[in-house]
Write a new protein. Sequence first.
Lengths: 137, 137, 137, 137
Amino acid sequence: MAFRTKARVRFGDVDRAGIAYYPRIFDFFHVAFEEFWDRFMGVSYAKVVTEEHLGFPLIDAKAQFRAPLRYGDELTVSVSLKRIGGSSATWGYSIDSPRGERCCDAELTTVCVDMRTWAKRTIPDVYRRKFEACRPE
Amino acid sequence: MAFRTKARVRFGDVDRAGIAYYPRIFDFFHVAFEEFWDRFMGVSYAKVVTEEHLGFPLIDAKAQFRAPLRYGDELTVSVSLKRIGGSSATWGYSIDSPRGERCCDAELTTVCVDMRTWAKRTIPDVYRRKFEACRPE
Amino acid sequence: MAFRTKARVRFGDVDRAGIAYYPRIFDFFHVAFEEFWDRFMGVSYAKVVTEEHLGFPLIDAKAQFRAPLRYGDELTVSVSLKRIGGSSATWGYSIDSPRGERCCDAELTTVCVDMRTWAKRTIPDVYRRKFEACRPE
Amino acid sequence: MAFRTKARVRFGDVDRAGIAYYPRIFDFFHVAFEEFWDRFMGVSYAKVVTEEHLGFPLIDAKAQFRAPLRYGDELTVSVSLKRIGGSSATWGYSIDSPRGERCCDAELTTVCVDMRTWAKRTIPDVYRRKFEACRPE
């Protein structure tokens, strides 16, 4: 099943119309990805990056913004695997508002690299198997 | 012709690998859009937003990240109109590094709204004509 | 007693040395202030700002940075009232790392204003009494 | 004499009252510090950090916020050396609005460190002499 986490739209996230400045929405996605590592994968992304020298930089992004994220909203952010290759993985993200609206859908493709050299790497099997368990409903 | 501006990858933009954290790349796009208003449209986006109550929030984003933006890089960001409808406009963005690499291509679709009510509006003719003059080479 | 909350040092918070970029530390303080409203004051800061038109902008800041906040750290952020005047309030903040270090101490002075006019306002009694209950140990 | 540079208050810098979110003001200071290296010191801070492994993290900050920075404002940010020790340096910063107001004054103390080990270092003489030439009027 998909991984779900909460995020809050903070004072510093909103622009003068009181809605989230859109680059911050990609920040919500990244924070959700870090929480996915902590709580679904069972290892912190900080440890993966720092000790295993693995990184998952973004190579492709597609996003639709359907409704504004308002100041103070407690959002539900969901993450799931859509497709996986040797070193790339495509993740589906969505954000729902506390009013039950679908605010945002996104498809973000990452590639697994060695953080020291930036060279592409095969996704280690132990992570691949867990990624594959995080599927959309 | 396209609008071109410069941006600099700052200390606070990079992550621990020394490359720009990707949500900041969308911030570079927005700053380029604000400079496009100042220098190509001849009116500041702040004035458009504050005095004319017009806004151009994002409804769709597609981006490909081809090469990292490194700390200290002076980037060339280009903006041009790709398609225009009654209230929506699709913009092409690209970012080139000082090493002559194409780092990023994006297609961002905005919709014209009244910032007070968030209602969709027809793009005013005076702006539409100028948008149409900002075409890719 | 002081209000305490947790914060996490995220990928986008750190610079290339793997420690939090210092302007982000002030962001941790503001998020802690928002959580203080939610959980200690019993009303969301979003509601105070949006419905009561009250704001508490910063007029003075003093901070000492004693030890770096590292990527992945789960921080303890504490907030307490140090002094209060008619419209101003001085807050003590501290940040402790999971290694038991005191990373940061700060003293931030806010002034109560009407968010529509930016005019100074007396802190409403109901809030003053609660502020006064949030004291350092 | 002091070093002066320009900064622009961007859409993503402002909160819902249309003024700069205060942690972003510290970001303006850091960007001004990076421009000080480029244009006054004659070497990019990126190069100092990346090739010489020198960093100047903040250990103490004092700031007064006197008037809001409004969306669209072109700010004048000034930087000058106030005091210098063996490894520490205290910098004076100010921000003036296009309306001629002094918006912000700050005093920020940095310590020179080796970015690889985080150990304190003596400020190299070549930099010390140039720092000393950047004095308040």
